[in-house]
Ligand binder design. Sequence first.
Ligand code: C2E
Ligand code: MG
Ligand code: MG
Length: 404
Amino acid sequence: MKDHTLPIQLDAQDEDILDIALKTMREHLGMDVAYLSEFVDGRAVFRAVSAPGLEDMIQPGQSIDIREVYCQHILDGNLPQVIKDTSQHPIATALPITRNMPIGSHVSVPVTREDGSVYGMFCCLSSTPNPTLNPRDLSVMETFANIASKGLNVTLGRRAERAARVSRVDQAIKENQIEVFLQPIFTLEPRALSSFEALSRFRSVPYRTPDLWFKDALSVGRQVELEMMVIRQALVHVPKLPNNVRLSVNASPETIASGLLTELLTTVRPDRLILEVTEHAIIENYSQLQVEVETLRSLGVRIAADDVGAGHSGLTQLLRMKPDVIKLDIELVRGIDQDSAKRSLVMGMTHFAADIGAKLVAEGIETEAELETLRQLKVHKGQGYLLGRPEAAASALARRLESI
Ligand code: C2E
Ligand code: MG
Ligand code: MG
């Protein structure tokens, strides 16, 4: 069968009413395969399939010429909806698919859209005749088809969106559509270059910010792979840095807990690296993360808690991880010169940082007033458009290192 649209990969959380209806119908009728097809330009496109053990033969996204299957003959009334034994029906016997698949028995129900037009078919089939099939089976199948076709557009829209995400992330990884940008981080008093944060830029049209890409990768189970790939790319720049300038890379708790980082980071001098960790969700396997963090720390990698003060980054991470660096989120920095509550919070953080021996870095400094306030609050370091924007690694290094 020819690929007509993208293969749709589903994971457990995507099991919806459609999957449940197909599986239940197939099991109830004792058949091998159940599927929903959509008629598109004279082809039947398989939109959802339940066929355990036969996944190679029939997959979502594949399609077949409508004249090569039973559908049209059933809609035209030339084949019955319930076929207990295909050998008893000359039209079925004459179709090559009956022999090739093979098909011994077949039950189908047309699916209509809300406007009454035919969308496609719900079908169940088996390789052998099934003499037990009866009109009650057909009415059960009609009921299930009815339930499953409610909200079909929403369900299929969600699947198509996910399929697009799967292929977008796959392409970005396969074609390495990522460029490493570097943004400088400075000590505030006196002002001196301290490190560069590696930030990913995806060469996509239309442009999408890196956090969206990493979220997409997470949702299709490829976050660790993508993060490892960009870190590998960023590490290339470490040998170009002067001894007192470090490279900061971002990694999710999942990537750290995977244990894959340790080997990668030791390919350069780990004591030249900072690892920025953001807690985006509840960390499930905290003890594994803790073990890896301690291993990395013992190799000389500094650990930074990223986006501290942002909605999703809780204090728990700070207390448990005892980071070497605390990065104050842009939300805390924005307009700090005019907001006494933000100033109190940052003052508290300077005490906390001193207590645990961590350095404070303020992110997203855009104005002189914000910078001056942060300096008065004794925040150690700063990063932001005012001090230097992220730019392609080569030009960032050329611009910043010539003055050292
Ligand atoms: P982050 O790690 O907190 O990075 C800081 C973000 O603030 C960057 O956004 C940076 O461009 C932006 N920024 C820096 N200074 C300013 C400023 O003065 N004003 C404003 N408005 N923004 C400023 P970017 O590069 O869009 O990245 C967004 C987020 O995406 C990052 O937040 C990080 O969570 C994620 N990300 C980016 N690159 C990577 C990567 O290579 N790996 C991983 N795991 N995550 C990445
Ligand atoms: Mg960061
Ligand atoms: Mg941040």
